[in-house]
Design a protein around this ligand. Structure first.
Ligand code: ZN
Length: 149
């Protein structure tokens, strides 16, 4: 099952992104340089990793809340953008813009727990959406059968 493999691969990649050096390494093709506010270092410190697509070369994702953002401007501050678009993200509670807040093991585990809850909720929401689509299709098929008789 290809989709399951992709999900596990994606899950593993997001889990690796808990380390800032892995997030920073993801910015090899980042279109903004040192003269901008959204440098790779600031992006990584704000919890984002770079996951570009063909149509969205500046797409990033928070490894905790899974919020995806693109359409970056050179003057955008990654931490503030994270706060503005996903203010309840637990990463913002456990970390700070310059990464000077020490991550204790207790807080690391609390953050990982929050991340897992977000992942399960997202997956549950996707399954609910699929069930809704399938049930609408089944209803249409039943209506066709009923109307034939
Ligand atoms: Zn987040």
């Amino acid at each position: 099952m290809a989709s399951r493999g992709n999900k596990q691969e994606e899950f593993g990649k997001e889990f690796d992104m808990r380390f800032i050096h892995n997030r920073l390494a993801s910015y090899s093709d980042w279109p903004f340089g040192e003269d901008c506010s959204c440098t790779p270092e600031k992006m990584a410190k704000a919890g984002f990793f770079h996951c570009p697509t063909e149509n969205e070369p500046d797409l990033v994702k928070c490894y905790v809340c899974l919020k995806e953002l693109d359409g970056w401007e050179p003057s955008d501050d990654p931490w503030l953008e994270h706060k503005r678009h996903s203010g309840k993200c637990p990463f913002l509670d456990y970390c700070n813009p310059d990464c000077s807040k020490k991550m204790t093991i207790e807080n690391f585990l609390k953050l990982e727990k929050e991340r897992q809850i977000i992942l399960v909720r997202k997956e549950y929401s996707n399954v609910l959406e699929q069930v809704s689509v399938y049930s609408k299709q089944a209803r249409k098929q039943m209506e066709v059968i009923v109307n034939k008789n």
